[in-house]
Design a protein around this ligand. Structure first.
Ligand SMILES: [Zn+2]
Length: 192
């Protein structure tokens, strides 16, 4: 899946959890940082790819990306497994705890959860691609849906561009219209 699809999927997953839990009384800074963390989480598993947007935006990112890819076993390996998610969860939680004294108005737990929702949505979306994902590493099986590879999506091709992306957008529009009342209540409850 391309980065735009992952951004959208992360946001959709975050919205779904939001509508299930309808949190209230969050600070504005928590909401903003959580949204950014969610999008970052959604593309994080692809840091094992030298061409990942994550690395492309750094001047010598290509080389770091390549080195990082080798360290994590190449594309769609460690970062696309539950062990990888657990390592990322641990590192990001400690990073947020380290930052928390300088960002006292940010609820780091909400930010952390939003990041993880992004990461998990990435693995979920990649399951629909031909390559599949090695969720249960070190067990070297790549999982995909549907199980028949032929029926899965090729990254960046028409099916992703003209079906998956519009479907995700439609799902968001549908969710926000359906739970419009909750959105208004939530927005009113935001503290500065
Ligand atoms: Zn991926």
């Amino acid at each position: 899946m391309i980065a735009r699809t992952h951004d959208l999927a992360s946001f959709t997953a975050l919205s779904a959890v939001f509508f299930l839990t309808v949190p209230n009384g969050l600070t504005l800074s928590t909401v903003i940082v959580a949204l950014i963390a969610n999008i970052i989480g959604g593309i994080t598993p692809d840091i094992d790819q030298p061409t990942a947007p994550f690395w492309r935006n750094l001047p010598i990112g290509k080389y770091f990306g390549r080195a990082f890819g080798m360290l994590t076993g190449g594309h769609r390996f460690l970062t696309h497994s539950f062990i990888g998610v657990a390592i990322a969860a641990f590192l990001v939680w400690n990073f947020l705890r380290f930052l928390s004294p300088i960002i006292p108005t940010v609820d780091i737990f909400i930010v952390w959860i939003s990041f993880l929702i992004g990461v998990l949505s990435h693995l979920f979306m990649d399951m629909f691609t031909k390559e599949g994902v090695p969720l249960l590493l070190p067990i070297p099986i790549k999982f995909g849906f549907p199980p028949l590879k032929r029926l899965r999506i090729t990254t960046g091709k028409k099916l992703e561009m003209y079906i998956v992306i519009p479907l995700l957008i439609a799902l968001n529009v549908y969710l926000y219209l359906l739970f419009y009342g909750d959105v208004v209540t939530f927005l009113h409850s935001i503290k500065l």
